[in-house]
Design a protein around this ligand. Structure first.
Ligand SMILES: *Cc1c(COP(=O)(O)O)cnc(C)c1O
Length: 499
């Protein structure tokens, strides 16, 4: 390897007298370095990362106000697990999940179980484990085998659910989405749900499109199933984004603990909870819905406090930032902020719909996220991946990616509107989409497809198909449109999905 590959060069302008101007890239340096120099190196390296404000691929918060930033700086040293050392932080964590339990209509919000996590992924794992353990206990108590659990969900779930099934030996039963059934809607549960089903996952804000799954309809289908077969199958709501949107924008919509079948709900504090990463939450319907033998005790104010988490040490600052947002915004503030994002999403969706080449998949009226595809006859010489590239040249990150099964031949492009993408910025974006689309439509021959085949694999799906010769989809979650930073091409291929 050349020096350039193995060493980081330091601009002589920043190196102090006597300091090296080369440091080994992959080995711990032998000597020390001036903090100013080290700072400059790290600072310069990350300068090449994208501009977070123009990143319309991520669901994760990229802006907080200066008071939040101050609070963050003051509390970065807090370890969430040290309940005894930081009893106030622990008390605030407790307040936050109780606030969420109340927001989501838990029957007894202050007496149920909940916790903060590093994100929805950890929260989903915990909720999934609780479902699995409860199912096992019920089966064993009835003298029935409890060794072949399965979980029923849409093929459009976020990658965390595939991970959950893989890591904890649960069979994933994915219900494919189709043109007619664009989300899991309960109509296709029969034949998939059986005595080994630990639960059904319903998503509030599908990562691919932002659509809500009709949780009430899914719950009703399970009620019918129970009436006919006696099977009592619980629902977990993955509200990574929607659980912090629906209470404010669609307060009448019943998707939460108002539905008795909903046993647990998770959300990402760092998505529409409006906090910097990484923060998630999970709340159970009642304390009984979290099996006692999953709970560990840590010392707290001379006594004990129950905890249920995969991590031990983790930052406590984000929890405090969440409480700050709760206090600062209140219901009214959250309604206003999410409402503004929704207005921007609706404006952009209308704009995209008015371009002949496109057809909306959904219109941004659930969470402020929408996707579109090429209209029949459009894109003879180009694809949405090319549009994504052209927009990237202008700084916008607007990913294109294939839909999950059974729609993997359909490519969509998606915009996630977050706090900070106002109407002005949206207008510029729309102008760029119009201009670049017009450019692509004027092509008289196909664009060369110079890219290597996608290295990226949707949880075991063979490369090719809709993704042939394409660049990897967005930078998020399940490699595709998931919903949190990183991980795109790096996730190991999971087991092939069953449908
Ligand atoms: C983002 C997302 C997740 C994962 O959440 P993190 O907070 O990034 O761990 C899970 N499910 C859905 C539906 C998501 O959008």
């Amino acid at each position: 390897m050349s020096t350039r590959e193995t060493a980081v060069t330091i601009n002589p302008m920043f190196a102090r007298p006597g300091e090296d101007t080369l440091v080994d890239r992959f080995r711990l340096p032998n000597g020390q370095m001036m903090p100013e120099t080290a700072y400059q190196i790290v600072h310069d390296e990350v300068m090449l990362d994208g501009n977070a404000r123009l990143n319309l691929a991520t669901f994760v918060g990229t802006w907080m106000d200066t008071h939040a930033v101050r609070l963050y700086a003051e509390t970065v040293d807090k370890n969430m697990i040290d309940k005894d050392e930081y009893p106030q932080t622990a008390a605030i964590e407790d307040r936050c999940w109780k606030i969420l339990a109340d927001l989501w209509h838990a029957p007894e919000p202050t007496r149920t179980a909940g916790t903060s996590t590093v994100g929805s992924s950890e929260a989903c794992m915990l909720a999934g484990l609780a479902l699995k353990r409860r199912w096992q206990e019920k089966r064993r108590a009835a003298g029935l085998p409890a060794d072949r659990p399965n979980l029923v969900m849409s093929s459009a779930v976020q990658v965390v659910w595939e991970k959950f099934c893989n890591y904890w030996d649960v069979e994933p039963r994915c219900v494919p989405i189709t043109e007619e059934h664009r989300t899991l809607d309960g109509s296709t549960l029969r034949g998939r749900v059986d005595e080994n089903t630990i639960g059904v996952v319903a998503i509030m804000g599908v990562t691919y499109t932002g659509m809500y799954e009709p949780v009430a309809q899914i719950a009703r289908a399970l009620d019918d199933l129970q009436r006919d077969t006696g099977l009592d199958v619980p629902v977990h709501v993955d509200g990574a984004s929607g659980a912090m949107v629906a209470p404010f924008l669609q307060p009448e919509l019943e998707w939460d603990f108002r539905l008795e079948r909903v046993h647990s709900i998770n959300t990402s504090g760092h998505k529409y909870g409006l906090v910097y990463p990484g923060l998630g939450w999970v709340v159970w319907r009642t304390r009984e819905h979290l099996p006692e033998d999953l709970v560990f005790r840590v010392s707290y104010l001379g006594g004990e406090m129950p905890t249920f988490a995969l991590n031990f040490s983790r930052p406590g600052a984000q929890v405090l930032l969440q409480y700050y947002q709760f206090l600062r915004l209140g219901r009214e503030g959250y309604r206003a902020v999410q409402g503004a994002s929704r207005d921007t999403a609706r404006y952009l969706a209308d704009g995209v719909a008015s371009i002949d080449a496109f057809e909306l998949w959904n219109d941004g009226s659930d969470i402020p996220v929408f996707a579109w595809r090429l209209a029949p006859g459009a894109g003879e010489n180009w694809s949405l991946y090319d549009l994504s590239d052209r927009l990237r040249m202008k700084g916008w990150l607007v990913p294109a990616y294939p839909m999950p099964d059974d729609l993997s031949d359909t490519t969509v492009q998606r915009i996630v509107v977050r706090n900070g993408l106002g109407l002005d910025l949206a207008e510029s974006l729309l102008a760029d989409i119009r201009e670049e689309t017009a450019y692509l439509e004027r092509l008289t021959a196909p664009l060369p497809s110079g890219r290597p085949r996608a290295a990226f694999n949707h949880g075991g799906r063979a490369p090719g198909g809709g993704t042939a010769g394409r660049k990897p989809p967005p930078r998020e979650g399940r490699a595709a449109p998931a919903g949190s930073g990183g991980g795109a091409g790096t996730a190991p291929a999971g087991p092939a999905r069953r449908s």
